[in-house]
Design a binder for this molecule. Structure first.
Ligand SMILES: Nc1ncnc2c1ncn2[C@@H]1O[C@H](COP(=O)(O)OP(=O)(O)O)[C@@H](O)[C@H]1O
Ligand SMILES: [Mg+2]
Length: 270
């Protein structure tokens, strides 16, 4: 991947008004982008829409991957291009064994299935790199896993697939300090190995001090309002969004939806 370009992107969910309201952004190979914004302003939505989540309907705009218009591509097609999303809240899939799930994901990216011994080698290394016991490979995906273990499992999947473009949604939430260091090491290792590109949502400066971003972007009310150097992520994480308001004269508010009352039991967004 050389470049991802997002042009004037708008989207909504089934029961919402517009969430993204004209996002413009260019992401270049090797960028490590800190993606900031207050709660509820559209960070996760943008990542999900970039990955092709059908929950969201794109009402305007385009997404280009190396000049190819991928706006209507399925998540599966985007994954094959090398795009990867680690979810803010990874789900569990009881009944699906972790190692079978990872193998299926890996083989979906290959012309012919990987040999079993080769797959084992990759899997064993991935568990070791995340300091996770290999017995977890036999467990159902995320079933009974703690929040931190689920997050580690996301990075484990990233390490197996080695994507060109990794979107990480609050990968550091719920992690103890050792787990955070390990995850940062794994991100840095993939960057070193492949010059992969990262778009990273975090509210904390610790992650950004370990995985040094070269750019910071800020979303307010569904629009990217700032595109600055990596240092800004540290300043905002440490000083809060009031720092941004003052320095860049940005109003941090969300347009409220107008609501009309339907009888006594419902509200309708108009
Ligand atoms: N599937 C959905 N249905 C309705 N509203 C949604 C949906 N997904 C997101 N939203 C709304 O869109 C806004 C942005 O959400 P989100 O992208 O999750 O914010 P954050 O910046 O905290 O990641 C929020 O007001 C949220 O309630
Ligand atoms: Mg979010």
């Amino acid at each position: 991947m050389d470049k991802i370009k997002i042009v004037d992107l708008y989207c909504k969910a089934e029961n919402s008004s517009e969430i993204l309201k004209g996002v413009n952004l260019e992401i270049n190979k090797g960028d490590i982008i800190a993606f900031l914004g207050p709660n509820g302003h559209g960070k996760s939505t943008l990542l999900n829409v970039l990955m092709g989540d059908p929950t969201y309907k794109i009402t305007k705009g385009k997404i280009y991957f190396d000049d190819v218009d991928i706006t209507s591509y399925t998540p599966d097609q985007r994954s094959k291009l090398g795009m990867f999303l680690s979810f803010q809240s990874p789900i569990s899939i009881p009944g699906v064994v972790s190692m079978d799930f990872f193998k299926m994901a890996l083989n979906a990216h290959k012309d012919k299935p990987m040999k079993m011994f080769e797959y084992y080698r990759i899997l064993e290394k991935a568990y070791k790199d995340l300091n996770m016991d290999f017995s977890y490979a036999q467990r159902f995906l995320n079933d009974g896993f703690s929040g931190g273990e689920r997050k580690k499992n996301e990075i484990l999947q990233m390490n197996i697939l080695k994507p060109d473009f990794c979107m990480l949604d609050e990968i550091d939430s719920g992690l103890d300090v050792d787990a955070l260091n390990i995850i940062a090491e794994n991100i840095n290792a993939l960057y070193k190995e492949k010059q992969s590109t990262f778009l990273i949502i975090s509210h904390y400066s610790k992650l950004y001090s370990l995985v040094k971003p070269n750019r910071t972007i800020v979303i307010i009310d569904g629009k990217i309002v700032l595109n600055e150097d990596g240092e800004l992520a540290m300043l905002v994480s440490e000083n809060g969004y009031s720092y941004l308001s003052k320095k860049y004269n940005i109003r941090i508010t969300k347009q409220q939806e107008k609501q009309s009352v339907l009888g006594t039991c419902g509200n309708k967004v108009i």
